[in-house]
Structures are given as C-alpha cells and as structure tokens.
Design a protein around this ligand. Structure first.
Ligand code: HEC
Ligand code: HEC
Ligand code: HEC
Length: 106
C-alpha cells in the first residue's frame, strides 16, 4: 500500500470511528457539584434510536450536544425531556423503583 493511500485509509477509519462514537455512544450526563448521592443519568442512545427517528427528539426535546441544557427531575416529572415518554404510557415511568435504570453514571 502506498503511503498516500495508507494515510487516507487511516483518516477515513478515524473519521468513521469518530462518527460511531458520537452518535451511538451512551450519553453520560455531567452534573455540576455534588447534589446528593444520586449518580448522573446515562442515556442509552442506541436503544432509543432503534425505536425512534432522530426528529422524535432532535431538536424539539434535546439538542444534538451532550449537556447542552440543564435537566432536572422537576422538569422530567412535569413531562418534559425524558418525561415526554417515561410517563408510564409510552415507556416505563419514573418511580423509586426505576431511579437506577437511568442513574447509573459514575
Ligand atoms: C427516565 C430516566 C430517569 C429516571 C427514571 C430518573 N431520573 Fe433523575 N435525572 C434524569 C436525567 C436525564 C437527569 C439530568 C442529568 C443528571 O443530573 O444526572 C436527572 C437528574 C437528577 C438529579 C439532579 C437534578 C435534580 O433534579 O436535582 C437528581 C438528584 C435525580 N435525577 C434523582 C432521581 C431519583 C431519586 C430518581 C428516582 C425517584 C430519578 N432521578 C429517576 C433521568 C432520570
Ligand atoms: C429518544 C430521544 C433521542 C433520539 C430518538 C435521538 N437522540 Fe440524539 N440525543 C438524545 C439525548 C437525550 C442527547 C443528550 C442531550 C443532552 O445532553 O442535552 C442526545 C445527543 C445527541 C448527540 C450529541 C452527542 C454528544 O456526545 O455530544 C448527537 C450527535 C445525537 N444525539 C444524534 C442523534 C441522531 C443522529 C439521531 C437519529 C439517528 C438521534 N440522536 C436520535 C436523545 C435522542
Ligand atoms: C421519544 C420517547 C423517549 C424519550 C424522550 C426518552 N425515552 Fe428512554 N425509552 C423509551 C422507550 C420506548 C424505551 C423502551 C421501554 C421498554 O422497553 O419498556 C426506553 C428505554 C429507556 C431505558 C432502558 C434501556 C434498557 O437498557 O432497556 C433507559 C435507561 C432510558 N430509556 C433512559 C432515558 C433517559 C435518561 C431519557 C432522557 C434523557 C429518555 N430515556 C428519553 C422512550 C423514550
């Protein structure tokens, strides 16, 4: 393989890997400070993307940028963000039994 071709292949491979990581990886929310002991929430993108098209969430519910807005449980309980679906109708609800399904970050 010529050097030029090798470099091109490497470039394409890293671009591809970059896309996969950005779009398919779980979003681990970063939370400022230490608000209690609940670990940050993790959003499994892939599990949602096999069920919904991008525009089900982007950009009406979420920006295409991790940590773009501050999400609180008050918002979710009021039916915003994750609470649009995690309400016991479209998907399982937010209860004390389900905290750990979302809050599994470090
Ligand atoms: C459907 C997913 C989901 C469930 C279920 C859920 N949360 Fe959250 N929660 C989030 C997201 C997303 C955030 C914003 C990112 C973060 O701060 O981790 C958040 C934020 C928080 C925060 C920090 C912001 C705030 O409102 O104070 C606390 C504390 C919290 N959750 C506690 C809980 C507890 C306790 C439960 C169970 C009763 C729970 N959560 C259930 C998704 C969820
Ligand atoms: C069920 C809702 C949902 C669907 C469907 C969805 N996303 Fe997302 N996406 C999210 C959430 C939540 C975040 C994190 C937003 C935040 O942190 O504020 C996110 C973040 C992103 C990010 C930023 C990731 C990062 O690390 O910064 C990209 C890129 C993205 N989505 C692309 C897509 C594409 C492309 C599709 C369709 C193939 C899609 N999303 C479908 C909810 C969704
Ligand atoms: C557009 C609707 C929609 C939105 C918005 C949404 N979810 Fe979900 N979510 C679903 C559905 C549907 C399932 C599958 C429910 C089932 O299997 O019973 C699911 C499943 C999950 C699961 C379980 C994954 C597994 O391992 O089985 C987690 C965790 C989760 N969502 C977290 C979140 C968090 C955190 C948010 C907000 C950042 C969010 N979801 C926003 C519809 C949504």
């Amino acid at each position: 393989m010529s050097l030029k071709r090798f470099v091109l292949t490497l470039l394409l491979a890293s671009l591809w890997a970059g896309c996969v990581v950005a779009a398919d990886g779980d979003v681990v929310f970063k939370r400022e400070g230490q608000e209690g002991t609940t670990p940050p929430a993790v959003f499994p993108h892939w599990i949602h993307r096999i069920r919904y098209r991008c525009y089900a969430c982007h950009a009406s519910l979420f920006e295409m940028k991790a940590g773009a807005v501050r999400i609180t449980m008050d918002d979710i309980m009021a039916g915003k963000f994750c609470g649009v679906c995690h309400n016991g109708k479209t998907a399982w609800a937010v209860t004390f039994e389900t905290c750990a399904r979302c809050h599994k970050g470090q």
